[in-house]
Design a protein around this ligand. Sequence first.
Ligand SMILES: C[S@@+](CC[C@H](N)C(=O)[O-])C[C@H]1O[C@@H](n2cnc3c(N)ncnc32)[C@H](O)[C@@H]1O
Length: 233
Amino acid sequence: MSTPIHAPPQTLAILKALHSQSLLQESSLPPLPPRCTPAFNEIMSDKFIALEQDKACFVYNLLRSMNAKNVIEAGTSFGVSTIYLALAVSQNVERSGGSGNGSGRVVATENEPGKAEKARENWSLAIGGEGEGEGVEGVIDLRVGDLLETLKGDLGVVDFLLLDIWTPLALPTLKLVQPSLRSGAVIIADNTVSSYEDYTALREYVENPENGFRRMLLPFKGGLDMIIYEPRA
Ligand SMILES: C[S@@+](CC[C@H](N)C(=O)[O-])C[C@H]1O[C@@H](n2cnc3c(N)ncnc32)[C@H](O)[C@@H]1O
């Protein structure tokens, strides 16, 4: 059977293991305090909370079809979804005759230095191309710290933004990145049904026609929003 993403067996095996670890950890989470409080951040400081595998495969294929080469990930954690983004970007660069590294970029963001370090370790194990050599790390620009600071500059023209971040940060992040989005850029936001109330501000913003977005809810578990940026000329 073919796999829904194009990656060498070593990388597929790593992804499978990381998703399993994440799900196992999530199944034993205690009741959570409100997001972004010190108590919440403390509990989450060593948790994956990785994007589910089916959503990650969807995102990979969306990026391949959009030919996305400049991607931002809001919320990296241990770098699981980043591997999918980096595979897609490096393969898009390769398809257009580039060298893989250098002409495509995934800007990854993580506040917890320990998680950022673990993400780098995971990326060092993942191979991106046809199996011979190039890792995914070459296209990743990891910015450690509060993304509301680290995303303030050097974004280039952005094709895609993954909002896999605590919900109070979703709208501030979108507003920060919006001036760099190209027309036709796509934003994916996770758990928009299971965290419906928490996404009210983001939803109202993207549903206001003056802001230049269209929103579709995709039928993944917990809800996945696909938001297209098409500002009026
Ligand atoms: C849902 S997890 C991301 C999961 C990741 N996308 C994956 O699939 O593996 C959200 C991450 O955002 C990080 N985070 C929270 N607030 C942040 C901030 N202000 N700046 C950067 N990262 C932050 C958390 O530490 C957490 O690891």
